[in-house]
Ligand binder design. Structure first.
Ligand code: SAM
Length: 289
């Protein structure tokens, strides 16, 4: 059956992508499916109500969000098993991508129901497609932990990742996050800040992590809105040259400063991890070259 037909399949869960800012990005198929299903499960019914009003869609809604999804999913599955068809939407973009819906989709599939994608916008793909970074292999990391220690540890674990890295970040943490990225990946690693995609103040800027941090820090306008941060994968070569330079800086500082301070200052200058520099400093003291 052609799923694009106006008549929805009975007992089906439609996972429907909606715009990430620009309402004109709504697909005709999304409009047809949302108009034709029995109910729409929306993350925030007030937000989705605006979208529905814009397209004169009168389908009833129910709220499905991270706090009630587990409880609600089983009930919705039972209703779909009776023939009801349901569309799932997020506030913006593709449901389940850093948004609720995973439990519902998993249960629906386990129950043998039809689960049909109505694809459309997603901030991560939009950002990647215009980033100029490698697109053949990439890793979507979603949101980093909000606590700094956990965020730094996560970034540290990604230091040698060779695929393009994609992160979502809240506006009030963008600057902090870029600074932590400098420490984990080095000042010179290429990155992209993609802000307010498809909206009035859309800005996509590519530069080194250091230059991007300065740019965001110097212009409070660049700290507003919604962000995708992308970081080039580790090329091996760049890391090698950064580490060679870090070692040179470290040896100079070791002539003048105690080990701990030298490692700390070298880390600040080069963006290389402090602990790694401290260990290298111990090695250099033990075994000067
Ligand atoms: N499901 C959505 C998707 O498919 O992109 C993502 C939902 S997640 C809760 C929201 C995050 O996505 C925002 O904090 C931001 O990082 C990113 N985002 C959403 N819309 C965006 C836009 N127009 N421009 C840049 N980033 C956006």
């Amino acid at each position: 059956m052609n799923h694009a037909a106006d008549e929805p399949l009975r007992g089906t869960l439609y996972v429907v992508a909606t715009p990430i800012g620009n309402l004109a990005d709504m697909s005709q198929r999304a409009i047809a499916v949302l108009s034709g299903v029995d109910r729409i499960a929306a993350e925030d019914t007030r937000r989705t109500a605006k979208l529905l009003r814009h397209y004169a869609i009168q389908t009833p809604m129910l709220a499905l969000h991270e706090h009630n999804e587990r409880d609600l999913a089983a009930r919705l599955i039972a209703q779909m098993a009776q023939g009801e068809n349901l569309a799932l939407v997020a506030d913006a973009g593709t449901p389940l991508i850093s948004d609720p819906g995973y439990h519902l989709v998993r249960l629906a599939r386990a129950a043998g129901l039809n689960v049909v994608a109505v694809p459309g916008p997603s901030a991560l793909v939009a950002a990647l497609s215009v980033s100029g970074l490698a697109t053949d292999h990439f890793v979507f990391e979603g949101f980093l932990p909000s606590r700094q220690a956990a965020r730094k540890a996560r970034l540290e674990a990604l230091r040698g990742e060779q695929r393009t890295l994609i992160f979502y970040e809240a506006s009030h943490r963008v600057l902090e996050c870029l600074k932590d990225m400098q420490v984990a990946f080095g000042l010179e690693r290429q990155a992209v800040v993609a802000r307010e995609l498809t909206k009035q103040f859309e800005t996509v800027r590519a530069d080194t992590l250091q230059a991007l941090s300065h740019w965001v820090e110097d212009d409070p306008q660049q700290q507003k809105g919604e962000f995708v941060l992308l970081v080039a994968g580790d090329s091996g070569v760049a890391t090698h040259s950064v580490h060679v330079e870090a070692e040179r800086v470290l040896s100079l500082l070791l002539d003048e400063l105690p080990i701990k301070t030298a490692a700390k200052v070298a880390a600040r200058i080069t963006g290389v991890n402090k602990r790694a520099l401290y260990e290298r400093a111990l090695g250099l003291k033990r075994d000067p070259q």
